[in-house]
Design a protein around this ligand. Sequence first.
Ligand code: SIN
Ligand code: CO
Length: 381
Amino acid sequence: MLKLHLADFSIEHFLEHYWQQKPVVIRQGFQHFSDLISPDQLAGLACEEQVESRLVYKTDGQWQAEVGPFDSYERLGECDWSLIVQAVNHWSPAVAALVEPFSFLPKWRLDDVMISYATPGGGVGPHIDLYDVFICQGSGRRRWRVGDRGNHRQFAAHTALLHTDPFEAIIDVELLPGDILYIPPGFPHDGVTLEHSMSFSVGFRAKSARDMFSGLADHLIDKELGSALIGDPKRPIHRNQGRIDASDFARIRAHLQSVLDDDTLIADFAGSYFSKTKCQLDLQELEEPFSQAELVDALARQSLIRIGGLRCFYVDATVAQGVCYIEGERFEFGAACHGAVLALCDNECLSHALLKTWLQQPAFVSALTQWLNCGYWYFQD
Ligand code: SIN
Ligand code: CO
């Protein structure tokens, strides 16, 4: 099992002083670390239609980027290119295990594990990300420069590559296998590979108010909510026809605010919105579906494992009714299943001991059977 090793500070210190605030190098954060997937396996994944991947390289000094799937890499030569594959935790249980050491952060903030294989000189160029990332160095060495937050100009070095101007480094390090570089959003950075290298990036997404309001609008439309009209009975005579005066402005804001103040509505929105995955899942669909009785029987012998990347959440505002949100969908099992929902969402592995109290609850067992049959969980043989 991978264990995060912090020699210089505690996790509490990291959260207080670095998380979201400043970049830091964690030397030997993973001791005796070896690649969780080989470069060949990564290259193979990037040949698959369902997997998101990119190749980045330069021709005649010009940055180039291509989107996968790819059928060969021979044309690329020995240096100055890199292959980046998104959400590898969805496709490899060994890579999915890299998320666990970061469980001091909640899963709703997690994005995915992106892996890059780079040849000497390879990298994606200087850029700024909008997410927090822990870049874990696998095999090989890579030099990373990180600049301070600031007013950095950004420009398209290629239609698919947003770069930033050269920056002064506040961190300039060579990462060795097992080292981790944490970078919060907004800090320009550039990683140039010194020798054939694998980087495992555990990314944490942050959403803007614009993204969330857009998602909330979709939620209101889908669920046919928020259709009450703004009302203004008993209004006084209005003097200036073109004016939205302060009391009307307050009325408009209050009408919008009433949606935000509805805890159940916002809990259902947040649970559904944050439980949707961005990239495709590797569903372990069963050819021969299990019945509920077969599931309970099998669970006595083996545990159910959640597929990599499946997002399962509950929200304090609705969990007392046994509500959870899985892959954008809301499920309600009633108050008696409150504990079942916690067990389901807080654990990647569901053993009989963990679930036994709720195996008498028909609605819960029925849902669990459907999730097994559609491939969200699978039995570990
Ligand atoms: C990479 O691994 O090549 C890019 C990671 C990053 O800078 O976001
Ligand atoms: Co980056």
